[in-house]
Design a protein around this ligand. Structure first.
Ligand SMILES: Nc1ncnc2c1ncn2[C@@H]1O[C@H](COP(=O)(O)OP(=O)(O)O)[C@@H](O)[C@H]1O
Ligand SMILES: [Mg+2]
Length: 474
């Protein structure tokens, strides 16, 4: 039979354990009680036999044993000689016990023994006791009283059995219910969560470590699901927002233009204005495509041996530093296997940020360092800095510390997200140190392992784990 309900299964398990223990208890008790009673009976018989022997040593003739009969009380006895002749008995002839020859001969040799016999429908306990070289005493008593006592105990236990069964069934059911309780709680919460309540969590504590561990893992899983769902929703709304504003501006300007005939200069102006919106749109589309590739693990790295200094110099040359000073510190021997184009894009995002977020008169520093098993690239500025609590977010897609200010500076909030993906794809780490109003440093380290050379189509993972953050002064 297959029991479907886990609670019932548990309850049956508890119950069978209780029943088993109770049965063992009953059997042990019964055996023990029987043994004790039999020992008492044996002691009685033996005492009676000893008293009789004592009389024998006092040279009392056996025929004058009327007194002995009284003394022996409940016990039945007979004196037997070697020839099997009964010398004296208080049993009627019809009550002659069968003679156990082995025990009799042992007794003639001075060793006493007990036996239990069935006689005329009753049990008797019988002692073969040595008296002299020629005489032995067979003395015994019915076990009726003992059987009555045992029967009484067995009836008592039997009477208790249904009671024990009932109570343990009830307790088992309640206990099983308690054990299953947390599972039911988890199930109903999971049900709620399935219907969209992603913010619900299960309480930890009081249910025992195993369940708590499960709940903790479950809650952590929910955290990450909620996090990704929220990120997805935010991303979708950010994308629509970013696309809508250039589209609105395109549509507005075209509509205005079309109201009447315009000169060719005016059309040219319009097209020129439109072009910047279109560039912005295609830039967004390009970035989205990049994320899509990275998210679906189809971002392909065209790796070759790359001199990081050369890549940086190329980027540095393509940026204008009006009103800023540029400091370059390059160390030799910074060659690694990498996708040069992607690397250049990552550095370009960081350097343009440094320029964008540094007021006139400030300094942008670009540096490389060769460490024993890593290449370190530092891009720092003396600019506006990033508030400490914003640092963990700046690598998120569309995230900008100050949306208004950044829109004026023309960003989309995607640059660092892309940078992060590119650096992760190269097994690198990016660390941010920043202090508000005094500057920021982005420190990238690439481990150099020769075994990774030439690897293609590397998987890219997005997440918040691969960069560390420090808010201290630069
Ligand atoms: N060097 C920097 N100094 C100050 N703030 C920065 C710097 N780099 C990035 N940030 C902040 O991080 C945000 C995200 O950067 P990024 O992803 O490149 O987007 P954006 O398109 O706005 O430049 C920026 O909007 C800005 O608030
Ligand atoms: Mg940027």
């Amino acid at each position: 039979m297959i029991v479907k309900s886990f609670r019932l299964r548990l309850a049956l398990m508890y119950l069978s354990v209780v029943v088993f223990i109770f049965s063992v208890f009953v059997v042990v008790l019964d055996l023990r009680y029987r043994k004790d009673l039999l020992e008492t009976v044996d002691k009685d018989i033996l005492r009676a036999a000893r008293e009789e022997t004592l009389r024998g040593s006092e040279q009392q003739p056996l025929s004058e044993s009327a007194e002995i009969i009284k003394k022996l009380g409940d016990e039945y006895y007979e004196f037997v000689n070697r020839n099997g002749v009964v010398l004296m008995t208080n049993l009627g002839n019809e009550y002659r016990w069968p003679l156990n020859k082995d025990l009799a001969s042992l007794a003639f040799n001075g060793v006493y023994r007990f036996e239990t016999i069935k006689f005329r429908g009753g049990d008797y306990r019988l002692l073969y006791f040595p008296i002299s070289a020629d005489n032995i005493l067979r003395i015994g008593e019915p076990l009726e009283d003992m059987h009555k006592a045992i029967g009484g105990l067995e009836r008592l236990l039997l009477f208790f059995f249904p009671f024990v069964l009932g109570v343990s069934a009830l307790v088992s059911w309640v206990l099983a219910g308690k054990s299953v309780d947390p599972v039911i709680t988890i199930k109903s919460l999971a049900e709620e969560i399935r219907h969209g309540r992603l913010d619900r969590r299960i309480d930890i504590g009081l249910k025992g470590r195993e369940i708590d561990d499960l709940v903790a893992v479950f809650n952590a899983m929910l955290d990450s699901i909620q996090h990704s769902v929220e990120a997805r929703d935010r991303f979708t709304s950010d994308v629509s927002h970013e696309i809508r504003s250039p589209l609105t501006s395109l549509r507005g300007s075209i509509e205005v233009m079309l109201r009447k005939k315009r000169t060719s200069e005016e059309y040219e102006d319009l097209l020129r204005n439109n072009l910047s919106d279109i560039i912005r749109l295609s830039k967004i589309a390009e970035n989205l495509l990049f994320f899509a590739r990275a998210d679906s693990h189809t971002l392909e790295l065209r790796k070759r041996s790359v001199d990081v200094n050369e890549v940086l110099k190329g980027v540095v040359d393509s940026v204008s530093y009006e009103g800023l000073s540029l400091v370059e510190k390059y160390q030799d021997n910074v060659i690694m296997s990498a996708d040069g184009d992607l690397l250049s894009q990552a550095f370009s995002n960081l350097i343009t940020n440094a320029v964008k977020y540094t007021p006139q008169g400030g300094t942008v520093t670009v540096a490389t360092e060769r460490e024993e098993d890593a290449i370190k690239v530092t891009i720092s500025d003396t600019g506006i800095g990033i508030p400490e609590d914003e640092i963990p977010h700046i690598f998120e897609r569309f995230y900008r510390v100050d949306r208004e200010r950044s829109r004026k500076t023309g960003g989309t909030g995607l640059g660092l997200a892309i940078t992060y993906l590119i650096i992760s794809a190269h097994n690198g780490r990016i660390m941010v140190k920043s202090k508000l109003n005094s500057g920021s440093s982005f420190i990238i380290t690439f481990p150099i392992k020769t075994s990774q050379e030439g690897q293609q189509g590397q998987n890219v993972k997005d997440g918040t784990g691969a960069f560390s953050v420090s808010g201290g002064p630069t």
